[in-house]
Design a protein around this ligand. Structure first.
Ligand code: IVH
Length: 694
């Protein structure tokens, strides 16, 4: 969309705009909008940002301010206009300009050979050029642009008519609100594509649901489809959806002037040039079906490396005139076919239900199922979350069930087959007492999980220790879940402080604990005493306090005990701390047992303060850093943490604001870019380590 010259100009403009005191007026507002559109494109379409999130926010706020002062300046395609206004009342039905057809499926080489043979017979050609692209596993949508403006976003619906979800489509930042189709002689265009949630965002979203005691979503596909039907546009925006556009279904030309490309790959290129995320980079154009077969198989092996889910490939005749000649059957076009990858679904039997007690006392039913292979792993137990979930999926013991495992996501039950029941099925019983300590379970009105509220419940104690030593918490390597359970069962680890006084003589008597493993364990325990404060806060396992909130809390105090002095109001003022989170933190620090635990950890030498450097200005104060490539000595998050604790700042992209680019192995485009900007110091990992205090 933006050629290198424009990129340079827009980046220059951005730097000017970011200088404080710049006066934006009526004549320069469109320049500001263009700069914002450019950075949205760099971030969401090219996934290669040039400025940090904070710098983007700064520009965005400048625009918001001037539009607020003079609303007459607002345009429909201003970047501020993505933000929804309140709730959507109803989704109106809209007729698609062209019906949304589905594709014929193929599963092996023979199916593809057969399809190609038919196409060659019908066309009289001996060899056909095909365009191959991923089959995105999301929710299909249809977009209409008129006179260069996005006017409609519609769900598939029944293929003829769908729901008007335009306000929700506008929340997807990779979908431009305006695009210069007129340059291609296009007055009106209908573009088809798939909306999806990438694997990373899906995981984050599900982790947050689980933390709240809510059942996670089964797969990114369901989450995209569900998100598009949410009536609160702000919530849709929070879900970070992405849109891939892969098909032009209708064009109305200006003055019958056909300037649009004549091939499908050309169309994908045009969409990319206009600022859309089309599969331009993922597509491959080949001649003949043999090359297609080779490519789809090769791509299947790379499936897990992609940041989003795909369930196959789509093969399309590249020449659009030939597509028209081939036409369609009553169900699907003859010029395209889907090649489906191996299913990641399987059927199994629900044999029994066991109950697990989590570190916050949540009692979760876990289905024991007949072991089954799904997407290369054997699954024998699956969490079934809570009573509501069990009712919604209509699960009974002895049911035949459908299981899905998408990518590296934990397996989920999709549904039960009620039609296969034979009378041997029994209802799943819900517990009234904790399976571990037998105390009565409680459930609040606004929650769907039952909880054991006995803080000394053994199962909870063990889970809290496991969480405390885990990788993202105190990171006590070689301790791990198995050892915690073993030591607890044997009676020589009773609580979190016990980790620091573990008796090595007793360990020596255990099978598999040689001198070396004991030394490693001791070293890891010792090292954990100086973990940054936010890790300790996270390790305490306070409900709703994930890694981000733990960082916010650590930033706001000198010492962990200071948190005890915060009242609810003060906690709510911290970024991203809502009523529920504030309540949980408050309760934790008012509880005497928890304070005793902290005092004990303090007396054992665990660091309770934020690192001095960060408070008084470390030796990296005011310096900005960015890491690229693979680091060999430090993990990326540890290196970034080191920058922050020493007063430095991490930027998200290469720009003239960057002081240091730390280059690891196989560094790519960021390094090339940095070389062109004078003033950026390009340093190795070793040089970076030397900058840190010893
Ligand atoms: S082309 C008329 N291309 O798969 C042809 N579809 O099972 C229009 N899909 O309905 C569709 N990735 O929702 C096409 N690269 C891709 C696709 C794709 C995913 C979806 C789409 C379609 C369904 C068919």
């Amino acid at each position: 969309m933006y050629n290198p010259q424009q990129t340079k100009t827009l980046q220059g403009i951005t730097e000017e705009l970011l200088k404080s005191g710049k006066d934006i007026n009526e004549s320069s507002i469109e320049v500001l909008r263009d700069a914002l559109r450019f950075h949205e494109y760099r971030y969401y379409v090219q996934t290669d940002p040039l400025i940090s999130d904070a710098e983007y926010d700064d520009l965005y706020k400048q625009l918001e301010k001037i539009e607020k002062e003079d609303p007459a300046l607002i345009t429909v395609d201003s970047p501020t206009q993505r933000v929804g206004k309140g709730l959507i009342r109803d989704f109106h039905k809209v007729q698609h300009l062209v019906p949304m057809l589905s594709l014929e499926n193929s599963y092996n080489a023979a199916d593809l050979l057969d399809w190609d043979r038919k196409a060659r017979e019908l066309s009289g050609l001996s060899n056909i050029e095909y365009c191959i692209e991923p089959k995105f596993d999301g929710a299909s949508v249809s977009l209409v642009y008129e006179d260069d403006l996005l006017t409609k976003g519609v769900t598939r619906g029944d293929g003829e008519t769908g729901d008007d979800i335009t306000p929700n489509i506008k929340q997807i930042r990779s979908i431009p609100l305006s695009a210069s189709f007129s340059k291609y002689g296009i007055q009106q265009i209908e573009v088809r594509g798939e909306v999806l949630m990438n694997k990373n965002n899906f995981k984050k979203y599900n982790d947050a649901l689980i933390e709240e005691g809510l059942p996670p979503l089964a797969n990114p596909r369901n989450s995209a489809a569900g998100s598009l039907r949410i009536k609160d546009t702000a919530e849709v925006s929070r879900r970070n959806l992405e849109g891939f556009l892969y098909h032009v279904s209708f064009i109305n030309n200006i003055d019958n002037n056909h300037l649009e490309p004549e091939t499908h790959s050309g169309m994908l290129d045009m969409l990319w040039q206009l600022g859309f995320r089309s599969p331009k980079k993922e597509m491959k154009v080949v001649k003949g079906i043999d090359a297609v077969i080779e490519h789809v198989h090769a791509f299947e092996s790379k499936r897990d490396d992609l940041p989003y889910e795909i369930d196959g490939m789509v093969i399309k005749v590249n020449d659009i005139q030939l597509q028209e000649r081939l036409g369609m059957t009553s169900h699907h076009p003859r010029w395209a076919i889907a090649f489906k990858f191996k299913a990641r679904q399987a059927t199994s039997k629900l044999l029994d239900v066991e109950y697990q007690v989590g570190r916050t006392g949540a009692v979760t039913p876990v289905a024991k199922i007949k072991p089954v292979q799904v997407g290369g792993v054997t699954v024998s137990s699956i969490s079934i979350h809570n009573e509501e979930y069990i009712k919604e999926k209509d699960l009974k013991i002895n049911d035949t069930i459908l299981i899905e495992r998408s990518g590296d996501v934990i397996p989920q039950i999709v549904k039960s087959f009620a039609e296969l029941r034979n009378g041997t099925e029994t209802n799943i019983k819900f517990l009234k007492n904790c399976p571990s300590c037998k105390s009565a379970l409680f459930k609040t009105e606004d929650e769907s999980v039952w909880r054991c509220i006995n803080l000394n419940c053994e199962a909870q104690v063990v889970e809290r220790i496991i969480h405390f030593v885990s990788k993202d918490a105190m990171d006590i390597r070689s301790f791990g879940e198995a050892n915690v359970r073993k030591f607890y069962k044997m009676g020589f680890l009773k609580d979190i402080p016990g980790i620091y006084s573990i008796d090595t003589d007793t360990l020596r008597t255990l099978e598999g604990f040689g001198e070396k493993s004991i030394n490693n364990l001791q070293e890891a325990i010792e090292k954990s005493k100086t973990q940054p404060l936010h890790r300790l806060i996270y390790a305490l396992g306070i409900r709703y306090v994930g890694e981000t909130t733990a960082k916010t809390l650590a930033q706001s105090v000198k010492n962990i005990f200071d948190l005890g002095a915060y009242n609810l109001e003060q906690l709510k003022e911290l970024s991203d701390v809502g009523v529920k989170v504030a309540g949980s933190i408050y309760e934790f620090f008012q509880n005497n047992d928890n304070l005793q635990l902290l005092k004990k950890l303090d007396s054992l030498g665990i660091k309770m303060e934020k690192q001095e450097a960060a408070l008084s200005g470390g030796n990296l104060t005011g310096q900005t850093f960015l890491f690229t490539g693979t680091l060999t000595q430090l993990k990326r998050n540890v290196a970034e943490e080191a920058v922050e604790t020493n007063g430095g700042k991490i930027l998200s992209g290469v720009s003239s604001k960057l002081n240091y680019l730390v280059v690891g192995e196989d560094a790519g485009s960021k390094l090339e870019k940095a070389k062109k900007i004078p003033g950026i110091k390009i340093i190795s990992e070793e040089e970076f380590l030397k900058l840190l205090p010893t």
